[in-house]
Design a protein around this ligand. Sequence first.
Ligand code: ASP
Length: 380
Amino acid sequence: MNAKLLPEFSILLGVRLKDVRIPTHAAILRTAFAALLFAATIACSQAGQSLPKIKVLATGGTISGAQTSQMEAGYKSGTFSVDDLIKAIPQLKKIAELSGEQITNIGSQTMTHEVWLKLAARIDEALEVSDNDGVVITHGTDTLEETGYFLTLVVKSAKPVVLVGSMRPATAISADSAINLYNAVALAGDPQARGRGPLIILNDTIHYAREAQKMQTTRMDTFASPNRGIAGMINTGKAFFYSANTARHTTKSEFSVDGLTAGNLPQVEVVYSYTNLGGEIIDALVDQGAKGIVLAGVGDGNTTDAALAALERAAKKGIAVVRSSRTGSGIVDRNVEVNDDKLGFIAGMELSPQKARILLMLGLIKTTDAKALQQYFYEY
Ligand code: ASP
């Protein structure tokens, strides 16, 4: 080989000249041919860069709802099918290779454990058996955060899982459904969204499902992440992440849907605290067979003396009692105004009552030990 060409050739192959042993003619040709082939493969794959494969799993909600008249506040959730949703936004074809599956078509106020289990199984199939790059779940906003948190605990893939809803049906003036779905599909195909656990997207804002909470009845900025803050922002499909999800989730979670049926999920109920709450509701839940009770306490997870006494009776019978707060944000830690050690209670930490219920249900499948259950509330 012409010695003058050696430096260029070595740079091309990413090796230093002093490391190059002078090879035979045939070896040089073989190496050069391999380098060319490699470069050509890269060039081809960049030119025809394939779009991410995204599966849309539709469950209903306002995002697939319609009004009878544009000026009406009233509408019906779950009017449009998944195919209608995909077809309605031709821009989606430019950013993803899409397929759709109708899981159900309901208002999320009627979401059920059966649908959760089906959804979790279909997500794992779409991401770990089939070769999709990400999943989008269209869902009503009323219980979006609950489904999102359940999936955070049980999905077994690091690939993006994005839940999306809308506050106005597609037929409304200034509907938010199309842009929210566009952003969701873009995010599901974005490698930045990998390994973060399920995300919720609405109103150009990205939330970790663990953090997200619906805070307002009708406005488009209804979702907030009141404890740890939002995950990031998204601007017409371009995502900017601001924070990491440090709680345990998906591939690092010990929970799964293996062997679970709606029938064998332990019964866990939420009791809402208020002035003068008596103990009767709590006693009735115990008599009726509840395995766990989450207190949506006032302030820092507090309640009346009568309710506290009833919760103590419940804990003594082996029912798991978790204290959380109805305030909407903050941490309910152990032994502040209530002596959890003495009463055998579990502190719900950062979880809202509705999310504490989900973690307690999954936790109770593994153990009824209050200390072990408390550990889950520290980690998830
Ligand atoms: N009730 C509706 C639902 O959760 C509200 C919405 O989607 O925004 O399905």
